[in-house]
Design a protein around this ligand. Structure first.
Ligand SMILES: N[C@@H](CCC(=O)N[C@@H](CS)C(=O)NCC(=O)O)C(=O)O
Length: 212
């Protein structure tokens, strides 16, 4: 497998954790977002959206981190599963994963931040306020969900990591990078700390990736 990756990409970070949890060996090909390699023809051939990650598995070139993670579960059922087996469990895990991946992450993406600064003239301070605002909005709701649910355990759903935790850890990394006040989120912090006890999560850390 080849993961087209960028060290700081939180969407790629999710897939790195998934591959590590599943103990699947993979080659990493860095695609630098800073150097604009994600919008060069070579990468657009892999992903017309101009996003990382993309995962090549044999002849298949796969995009969208959540779709890739679910593909890995489906294609390799003998590996550690990232989704619960039951329908309610699956829906709850997807809801938490999508809260982060669809509702927080896209508005704080690099292209969005560049637009704010270059087109709308936002200052660094305004950019940080924007970034923190959308994390607080999402994390306020996620914290409430985790506090209210009887399925919350050591991880977002039960006592083994799922797709929701794969999304949570990179988003907490971003929140810390932008100096969000995480003391508001005891469940999120506790679960993040639990995840970071496992090598599958720590090995996926941005600072340890090629090109970091
Ligand atoms: N929904 C996509 C999002 C992918 C994504 O946003 N990737 C970011 C890095 S985390 C990217 O390539 N950004 C390039 C840009 O914003 O120009 C997924 O989950 O794979």
């Amino acid at each position: 497998m080849i993961l087209f990756d960028y060290c700081r990409s939180s969407a790629a970070y999710r897939v790195r954790i998934a591959l590590n949890l599943k103990q699947m060996p993979y080659e990493q090909v860095p695609v630098s977002l800073l150097a604009g390699e994600h919008v060069a023809a070579e990468h657009l051939g892999r992903n017309p959206q101009g996003f990382v990650p993309a995962l090549q598995d044999g002849k298949a070139m796969l995009t969208q981190s959540l779709a890739i993670c679910e593909y890995l579960d489906d294609a390799y059922p003998q590996t550690q599963q990232l989704m619960p087996a039951d329908a309610v469990g699956k829906a709850k895990v997807r809801a938490m994963a999508q809260l982060i991946a669809c509702d927080i992450h896209p508005v704080n993406n690099l292209r969005m931040l560049k637009y704010l600064v270059a087109e709308l003239g936002a200052s660094d301070e305004q950019k940080t306020t924007w970034y923190q605002h959308w994390i607080y909005k999402g994390f306020d709701a996620l914290e409430q969900m985790l506090a209210d649910s009887d399925t919350t355990g050591d991880f977002c759903y039960g006592d083994q990591p799922t797709l929701a935790d794969l999304c949570l850890v990179p988003q907490v990394f971003n929140a810390n990078r932008f100096k969000c006040d995480m003391s508001r989120y005891p469940n999120i912090v506790r679960i993040n700390d639990n995840c970071l006890k496992a090598k599958a999560f720590t090995d996926a850390h941005p600072d340890l990736q090629p090109g970091a």
